[in-house]
Design a protein around this ligand. Structure first.
Ligand SMILES: Nc1ncnc2c1ncn2[C@@H]1O[C@H](COP(=O)(O)OP(=O)(O)OP(=O)(O)O)[C@@H](O)[C@H]1O
Length: 588
């Protein structure tokens, strides 16, 4: 087969030999097919030789063979042409490539003159044919190397074409040598116009001289729009000199999505994950799932820990935006002076401490998806007009930026503050209030959803036993009663923490009332409401007393490290004992 790949060169070699020696020449491959031939056999190129012909013996033994009495010689015994062969003498020489047979060169005499030549010049001919065999083997090797490289190139091209990023390869002077199809699509320019063009004409100011990998964000005008890309410039350095560059071009939007998927992947919430079947929570779930696919702004209201963020996530993941990011930011947890750049991003060098290359804000990150602004009541008044504009125009400017950035996001805001009162006190802009309050959803506190307490507490108990690798536990009757009587000011978050605490500290299967954190027990004792509760033990009375003493000292002397040193000295206990007790009573 390999000789057929270079058939035209093989034919040239056959003709050259025939011209020099004035004999007929046939060259066959390892399967006994005639690859090239001169004279009588020219018409049989491509056909198989007669079965058991003498050249088959050469192929088998990989040794040269001269036959000067065809039809009668022992090598011709089993030839299918025996008795009818017109050949008067043959010389077969194996073509070997690293001991592997590629074929046979055969010289054939049809008259006495040719026969004598083969017989007389036998030694010379063997040397000559060995050189020509090497030449043909070299040609086959070369051809196979070229073929391997072509296949490899094609495979590499297909891999690079299949990447979900654009690739440009330039030489050391910035001339474009290669681009993949993604680049044509991103830049909306044909490959032909890119190849041999200089990169500076396509993506200017990339610091072509750099020798280490650099990433930059770049806005490029494509048609009448500016699009944002993140470009990684990777120099290819050989023996200390840059020989070419590979540019990886990502759509900023795609990068943000992939980063988001990495971080956010496991925090998907569906309405079915929101535990509760009290009529109040069922109603809220039904409203929320009905409006999940709408584009309108939602304002979630409810006390801290009632599940506002959980609802926001469920709305996002049940909306058409579910494949795009859900970006949450708590307006109360970021200092006023940083909030604007966190929300809207900034351009490089716009303030002291800013990154040179600038940074995206939450609005840009949420592009295509949902932005969840928690504690919206804490959004400083000076940022409120900017949020209002971004909401109305779906566009904004980065801090220090001059260009409007268009985005597409849905806003879900949440608060536990009385926004109406804030509006009338001038602390919250009325126009923004109305813009946010398009679909208000109130999430009831846990104390108003008594029916959900058992469901939630049982579910949390199971989850925590598994998480903390504890054997299965159950609540005592008093503890279940306590869960219902306690008003849960911290709502489900407080219930979650309480159950985790109980599973951590109780070794027995049954969790008793006495294991509850002191503040909850104190509250329930203070209710003084009947005999459902376990009686306080002496230890609990003593703990209460100790706690009250410590509270009074902290009130009187303060709670800095220095103050605590003074308190420990006055009470004549070690500082470490004081810290232990403060932790025990939740007074740190
Ligand atoms: N119905 C519920 N089922 C299961 N877990 C819940 C439920 N509601 C809330 N949680 C859990 O309670 C915790 C607090 O919920 P979340 O953060 O959504 O409350 P929030 O109202 O946004 O609180 P904050 O106002 O303090 O930000 C979370 O760990 C959440 O998973």
């Amino acid at each position: 087969m390999s000789l057929f790949r270079i058939q035209s060169s093989v034919q040239e070699v056959a003709e050259a030999i025939a011209a020099v020696l004035n004999v007929d020449v046939t060259i066959i491959d390892e399967d006994m097919y005639r690859v090239a031939a001169t004279g009588k056999y020219k018409d049989s190129i491509g056909k198989r030789l007669p079965n058991s012909c003498s050249f088959e013996v050469v192929a088998k033994t990989k040794k040269p063979e001269i036959i000067d009495k065809p039809n009668v010689s022992k090598q011709c015994i089993s030839c299918s042409l025996k008795g009818n062969c017109a050949e008067m003498a043959t010389l077969g020489y194996p073509i070997l490539n690293k001991k592997k047979l590629l074929g046979v060169i055969g010289l054939i005499a049809f008259n006495n003159e040719q026969k004598e030549k083969i017989q007389e010049k036998r030694e010379c001919l063997l040397v000559f044919l060995s050189k020509l065999g090497d030449l043909l083997a070299g040609n086959v090797n070369y051809n196979e190397t070229i073929r391997d490289i072509t296949i490899q190139n094609e495979e590499t091209r297909m891999i690079i074409d299949g990447l979900d990023k654009g690739i440009i390869c330039t030489d050391k002077d910035g001339k474009i040598k290669f681009v993949n199809s993604k680049i044509e699509k991103y830049l909306e320019i044909d490959k032909e116009k890119l190849i041999n063009n200089n990169i500076d004409n396509i993506l200017p100011h990339l610091r072509e001289d750099q020798k280490e990998t650099l990433s930059i964000e770049k806005k490029i005008r494509i048609g009448n729009k500016k699009k944002s890309f993140i470009i990684r410039n990777i120099p290819v350095v050989l023996e200390g000199n840059k020989v070419s560059s590979i540019l990886e071009v990502h759509k900023t939007f795609d990068m943000v999505r992939s980063a988001y998927k990495l971080i956010e992947g496991e925090r998907r919430i569906a309405f079915k994950d929101i535990i509760g079947n009290s009529p109040k929570i069922l109603e809220v779930k039904s409203i929320a799932s009905n409006i999940a696919s709408s584009e309108s702004t939602i304002l979630l209201r409810g006390e801290s820990g009632t599940g506002k963020e959980l609802f926001a996530r469920a709305i996002h993941y049940e909306s058409d935006r579910k494949k795009a990011p859900f970006i949450a930011i708590n307006c109360a947890s970021i200092p006023d002076n940083l909030l604007e750049s966190e929300l809207f991003g900034y351009e490089g060098g716009s303030f002291t401490g800013a990154k040179k290359e600038g940074q995206m804000g939450k609005f840009e990150l949420a592009n295509g998806g949902t932005l969840f602004l928690d504690e919206i009541g804490d959004l400083p008044i000076h940022l409120q007009p900017k949020l209002l504009r971004a909401l109305q125009e779906q566009a904004f400017m980065r801090v220090g930026g001059k260009e409007l950035i268009n985005i597409n996001f849905r806003l879900i805001a949440a608060t536990n503050r009385n926004l109406e009162e804030m509006v009338s006190n001038g602390e919250f802009r009325e126009d923004l209030y109305y813009r946010l309050n398009v679909i208000p959803i109130n999430i009831p506190p846990l104390r108003e959803r008594q029916g959900d307490i058992d469901l939630l507490s049982q579910n949390l108990l199971r989850k925590n036993c598994i998480k903390l690798e504890k054997e299965e536990k159950f609540y005592s009757r008093e503890l279940e009663e306590a869960f219902h009587r306690y008003p849960w000011p911290g709502n489900i978050r407080e219930l979650e923490n309480t159950v985790e605490y109980l599973v951590n500290i109780v070794k027995e299967k049954e969790i008793p009332f006495s294991a509850l954190p002191l503040n909850i027990k104190d509250y329930l004792y203070s209710l003084n409401s009947g005999d459902w509760i376990d009686k306080k033990t002496l230890k609990e009375f003593m703990d209460d007393y100790e706690k009250r003493i410590l509270e009074n000292y902290l009130k009187e002397y303060g709670s800095t490290t220095k103050d605590k040193e003074i308190i420990a000295e006055l009470l004549d206990i070690n500082l470490s004992t004081l810290y232990r007790k403060l932790t025990k009573y939740n007074l740190q």
